[in-house]
Write a protein that binds this ligand. Structure first.
Ligand code: A3P
Length: 310
């Protein structure tokens, strides 16, 4: 799959800003896309052919993507890996097992030919390919408190950015964040897009919250499995299969695996950078009262009519 010359000309005329960890982001189809990903996104948008059985684990970066990819992979492949001792999640990072679809389209990552294929897009709803919306493939979206996303993103992107890019002070990053200028931002339209789609098509889009997964992972894993059409049998429930998936994918287990302590995904990004604290409300350790007030106001403005999101 290739972008054509006309696409290249359009892309070179887009507004550009620096991102949290990216030297150049383009305002592509009304969201901030790292310029190195524009080609992959464009191909994804125009040419990707979804299969009926495909599953898309969609998210805004730093919302719990890694966790949900692990859980989804473990749920749909549980018949093939019934013994936890040799489970692929013990030796591969979830981003290797569930690839970023934009990178697959750019030609950097392979996708499995085994069905169901599970992909992880960061693409907002309006830029998803029609083939996804028109077939029976399923989308699970993970949403997280924007306060925690900000802290997680500021720390993560500073670690993975190219050395040549200066570090952003928290105040600078916060200003950008409040203006929606962050990789795949604005974050509010990203969340609202999937939220509205989940209300309009509840069989198609499941809207999950990081905080709910933290509160009761067993319940949410059962819910995800039912939504995907892979419900747990009574026998599996009796055999504690749900509990073993929750444990396998837990922050403590995953963070301490050798592959996640020393491995690398996407060129130079270390696997360990995807596992920091894994907690809710860590933002209280970073926000000043004025930052808290400003972000609360923005959330009120953006989500006022969709209060149920948070
Ligand atoms: P923190 O930086 O707040 O710790 P993403 O996977 O979308 O990049 O999100 C990364 C965030 O999810 C990080 O949050 C990371 O620590 C947390 N995370 C990663 N794996 C997790 C898991 N198994 N359980 C809970 N949180 C996890």
């Amino acid at each position: 799959m290739e972008a054509n010359a006309e696409d290249e000309i359009i892309l070179s005329s887009l507004p550009i800003e620096r991102g949290f960890g990216t030297p150049g982001m383009c305002l592509f189809q009304e969201f901030w896309c790292p310029s190195t990903l524009v080609k992959g996104l464009n191909i994804f948008h125009k040419q990707f052919q979804a299969k009926e059985s495909d599953i898309f684990v969609a998210s805004f970066p730093k919302s719990g993507t890694t966790w949900l990819k692990a859980i989804t992979f473990a749920i749909v492949n549980r018949q093939s890996f019934s013994s936890i001792d040799n489970h692929p999640l013990l030796t591969s990072n979830p981003h290797q097992l569930v690839p970023h679809v934009e990178m697959v389209c750019r030609g950097d990552l392979d996708c499995s030919s085994i069905e169901p294929r599970v992909f992880g897009p960061h693409t907002p709803v309006p830029s998803l390919p029609n083939s996804i919306m028109e077939c029976n493939s399923k989308i699970i979206y993970i949403c997280r408190n924007p306060f925690d996303i900000f802290v997680s993103a500021w720390i993560f992107f500073d670690k993975v950015k190219p050395e040549s890019l200066t570090s952003l002070k928290i105040e600078e990053a916060f200003e950008m964040y409040c203006n929606g200028i962050i990789e795949f931002g604005p974050w509010w339209s990203h969340m609202l897009g999937y939220w509205k789609e989940s209300l309009a098509k509840p069989d198609k889009v499941l809207f999950l919250k990081y905080e709910d997964l933290k509160d009761d992972a067993n319940f949410q894993v059962k819910r995800i499995a039912e939504f995907l059409g892979f419900p747990f049998t009574q026998e599996e429930e009796n055999n504690q299969v749900i509990e073993s998936i929750v444990k396998l994918c837990s922050f403590e287990e995953m963070k301490n695996l050798e592959v996640n302590k020393s491995g690398i995904v996407f060129q130079s990004v270390e696997n360990k950078s995807f596992f920091r604290k894994g907690e809710s409300r860590d933002w209280v350790n970073y926000f000043s009262p004025s930052m808290t007030e400003k972000l609360s106001q923005i959330m009120e403005e953006k989500f006022g009519e969709s209060g149920d999101i948070f």
